[in-house]
Design a protein around this ligand. Structure first.
Ligand code: GLC
Length: 625
C-alpha cells in the first residue's frame, strides 16, 4: 500500500492539484510493461477482412477535413444538420436536459425527426461530399431518461443491491428498445465505476464498491444493450451502441473528489477499477469514455499509456475512445478548442459541445503541421468507421425507416414498467425491522415526509435534465410516487396526519444532484426528526424509507424508526415496487448493501467500522449476514 499524507479535502477543492498536496510514495510499477498487469481480452467481435477493406477503401477517398470531422462531437444545441454535413461531423450528442425542441414536453416525434435530419444531411453527397452516417449519442443511463414518459429504472446503486445479472440484461434490452424508438444510435452507458468513497457525487452511477459485482452486471447490461454475435442480434435495429465509462479509476479518487486523482498503484488500478473494462470489452462494448479524473496526477484524457498501450494494444479494445464533456481541456497545454495531446494519447473522438468549429480548425492545423501524426488520425477514423459499419448504419437507411422508429407505445410500455417494478423490488435493502413489516393487509397508514410524493427525489439526477432538480414534477409522466402507490393499494391511507394509524411511512432523502454537485465533505445527514417523534408519541410504528444516491450517516433516524428501508433512487416504478414488498404477500426483501453503510459519527469516511458492511440486508424469511 502507498504511504500517503493526504491533504485536507478543502485544500484540494481549493484548486491545488491533489498530487501537489499528497505526498504518496508508490513503488513505481510503470516500469513493468502493460503485459505484466493487464490481460489480453479475447475480442467478442471477430475482425472482418471485408469490413476492414471497405473502411480502407472509404478512407482512401477521405481528405483531412473529412477525417478530422469524424473525430469531433458537438452538442445538438450548437450545430445544425447542414453544418454537421458541411464539416463532415462524425457524431453529435444530446446532453442531460437537451431536448430536440428545447422543451421537455416537446413531441416524442421531435427526437426522431431531428435524428432523420442529421442522418439525411450526413448522407447527402452534394458538393462531392462522402456519405458517412452521423452517430447520435445520449445518456440513457437508467432508461431513456431524457425522454418524458420513458421507463425510468433504478439507478445503478439500486441495481447493484439487486445484483441480478439476468435482470440487468433485460434492462439493457429494454433501454435499447426505448432509445431506438427515438432514432438515437448510442448511449453513454454503463458506468463501470467502482466507487470507493461514497462522498463522490457519482456513487449512485456505480453498481457497487465490489469490482466483481460491477464487472458482472455491466457485462450483462452491455449484452442486453448491444446484443452479441453469438446471440445473433449484435447491433440489430433493436440494439444500440454502448459505452464503458469512465476509463479509468473515476470512482477511486482521493476523498471521492469528482474529477480528482486516483492515487493508487497500477496493480490496484487494474484489480479495483479495471474489471468492468475486461468484462464489457469481452462482451463487445464498442466505445469507452475517457475519465475526467487523473491517475497519480496525470489526467486520463492525456494518458497515452492507459488509453493506448493498455486499453488498445494490450487489452485489444478495437472500438473507439470518446472523450468526456470538454474533458480534454483539463490536459496540459490544452483548451476546449485545441488538444493535440488528447488525440495523440488515444482519444479518438472529442466531445466538444460548444467550441467544435475552433477545435476542428485547430486540429486540422495540428495535423498539417505534423503535431498530430496522420497515422494517429487514420487509426482514430478507422475505429470510428469500424463501429459505424458494425452498427449497420451504412445500410439501415434513415432513422425513420428503422424497425422500432416512432413506435411511441414502446416508450414507458407496461411490460417495461413491470421490469422496472421488479428491479425496484429487488433493489430495496431492509436495514432494520422491529415488528413493523410486513404490513398486515388491513393496516391503516399515514404516508408523509419530503419524499412521499416527490418524483424528482425518487429518480435522482440524469432524469429529464442533468441534475434532476430543475424540471417540474408534473413532467415526470408515468411515475408512481410512494404516496400514490399506497393510495392505489388495499391499505387504508389516512389523509389526516394527526390521526392515529397503525403505521407512519416516513419518506425522505437527498435532493437530486449529478456529478460534482453531489460532492460531500461528510456523509452525515441531518434529518428533522419531529415528525417521527410525534408518531412515536402516538404509539404508532414508524417505517422510514430513504431515497438517495449513496449510504449516509443516519443513525438517529434508523435508531428512532421501527423499520428502515434503503430504496436508493428507484425511478418511475419506485412507489409500486415498495408497496409490493412492504405488503409482504408475494414479495420479500432481496437487496443487499452494495456499499458499506456508515455511522453518523463517521464523518471521516473509512475510519471506524461501518454501521453495516457491504452485503448486509434483512428479509422476512431470514436475517441476512
Ligand atoms: C458528463 C459525464 C458523462 C456523460 C457526458 C455527456 O459530464 O461525465 O458521464 O456521458 O458528460 O453528457
Amino acid at each position: 500500500m502507498p504511504d500517503c499524507v493526504a491533504a485536507s479535502r478543502r485544500e484540494i477543492l481549493a484548486g491545488v492539484s491533489a498530487s501537489a498536496l499528497t505526498l504518496c510514495t508508490f513503488t513505481n510499477s510503470g516500469a513493468q510493461t502493460a503485459k505484466s498487469i493487464w490481460p489480453k481480452v479475447r475480442p467478442a467481435i471477430a475482425a472482418s477482412v471485408d469490413m476492414e477493406a471497405k473502411i480502407t477503401a472509404l478512407m482512401a477517398r477521405m481528405n483531412v477535413f473529412q477525417k478530422v470531422g469524424q473525430m469531433v462531437q458537438p452538442e445538438i444545441k450548437n450545430i445544425s444538420p447542414d453544418d454537421a454535413a458541411k464539416y463532415h461531423i462524425g457524431s453529435v450528442l444530446s446532453g442531460g436536459g437537451s431536448w430536440p425542441t428545447g422543451e421537455v414536453d416537446g413531441p416524442l416525434a421531435g427526437w426522431l425527426s431531428l435524428a432523420n435530419m442529421f442522418y439525411g444531411a450526413s448522407m447527402d453527397t452534394g458538393d462531392s461530399r462522402l456519405a458517412i452516417p452521423i452517430l447520435w449519442g445520449t445518456d440513457a443511463v437508467h432508461g431513456h431518461n431524457n425522454v418524458m414518459g420513458a421507463t425510468i429504472f433504478p439507478h445503478n446503486i439500486g441495481l447493484g443491491a439487486a445484483n441480478n445479472p439476468g435482470l440487468m440484461r433485460d434492462i439493457g434490452t429494454v433501454t435499447a428498445r426505448e432509445v431506438a424508438v427515438t432514432g438515437i444510435d448510442w448511449t453513454f452507458a454503463p458506468a463501470v465505476s467502482v466507487a470507493k468513497d461514497s462522498r463522490w457525487g457519482r456513487t449512485y452511477e456505480s453498481f457497487s464498491s465490489d469490482p466483481k459485482v460491477v464487472a458482472n452486471l455491466a457485462k450483462e447490461f452491455v449484452l442486453g444493450l448491444q446484443g452479441h454475435p453469438a446471440l445473433g442480434n449484435f447491433l440489430s435495429q433493436q440494439k444500440v451502441i454502448g459505452t464503458a465509462k469512465h476509463f479509468i479509476g473515476d470512482g477511486g479518487t482521493t476523498m471521492g473528489i469528482d474529477q480528482g486523482d486516483a492515487e493508487v498503484s497500477e496493480e490496484e488500478l487494474y484489480k479495483n477499477h479495471g474489471q468492468g473494462y475486461v468484462q464489457t470489452i469481452g462482451a463487445g462494448v464498442q466505445t469507452v469514455m475517457a475519465s475526467f479524473s487523473s491517475w497519480n496526477g496525470e489526467k486520463l484524457h492525456g494518458h497515452k499509456y492507459l488509453l493506448t498501450d493498455v486499453l488498445k494494444i494490450q487489452m485489444g479494445f478495437d472500438g473507439f475512445v470518446i472523450g468526456d464533456w470538454n474533458g480534454h481541456e483539463q490536459v496540459k497545454t490544452c483548451s476546449a478548442s485545441s488538444c493535440s495531446n488528447a488525440i495523440n494519447a488515444g482519444v479518438d473522438m472529442i466531445m466538444v459541445p460548444e467550441a467544435w468549429k475552433a477545435f476542428l480548425d485547430n486540429t486540422i492545423r495540428q495535423v498539417k503541421a505534423g503535431v498530430i501524426p496522420m497515422a494517429r488520425i487514420d487509426d482514430a477514423v478507422r475505429r470510428i468507421l469500424r463501429v459505424k459499419f458494425r452498427s449497420g448504419m451504412f445500410d439501415d437507411g434513415k432513422p425513420t425507416a428503422h424497425e422500432l422508429a416512432g413506435r411511441a407505445k414502446l416508450i414507458g410500455h407496461a411490460d417495461h414498467r413491470a421490469l422496472a417494478r421488479q428491479a425496484v423490488r429487488e433493489s430495496l435493502v431492509l436495514l432494520k425491522n422491529e415488528a413493523a413489516l410486513p404490513l398486515s393487509p388491513d393496516s391503516s397508514v399515514i404516508v408523509t415526509g419530503p419524499g412521499a410524493d416527490n418524483p424528482n427525489m425518487q429518480a435522482g439526477g440524469w432524469t429529464l435534465d442533468w441534475q434532476g432538480r430543475d424540471v417540474n414534477s408534473k413532467y415526470y409522466k408515468g411515475f408512481t410516487t410512494v404516496k400514490a402507490a399506497f393510495e392505489r393499494s388495499d391499505f387504508t391511507v389516512m389523509r389526516d396526519e394527526a390521526a392515529r394509524a397503525d403505521a407512519a411511512i416516513f419518506v425522505f432523502g437527498e435532493t437530486p444532484y449529478a456529478e460534482m454537485d453531489g460532492g460531500l465533505d461528510s456523509l452525515d445527514f441531518d434529518v428533522d426528526l419531529s415528525a417521527i417523534k410525534a408518531f412515536k408519541l402516538r404509539g404508532m410504528k414508524v417505517i422510514s424509507i430513504y431515497l438517495g444516491g449513496r449510504p449516509r450517516g443516519l443513525d438517529a433516524v434508523i435508531d428512532m424508526s421501527d423499520a428502515f428501508i434503503a430504496a436508493w433512487l428507484p425511478g418511475s416504478e419506485g412507489g409500486v415496487g415498495l408497496v409490493d414488498v412492504m405488503g409482504g404477500q408475494a414479495y420479500d426483501f432481496k437487496g443487499r448493501l452494495p456499499f458499506d453503510w456508515p455511522h453518523s459519527s463517521d464523518s471521516n469516511f473509512g475510519e471506524g467500522a461501518p454501521r453495516h458492511a457491504r452485503g448486509y440486508g434483512l428479509s422476512y424469511a431470514k436475517i441476512a449476514p
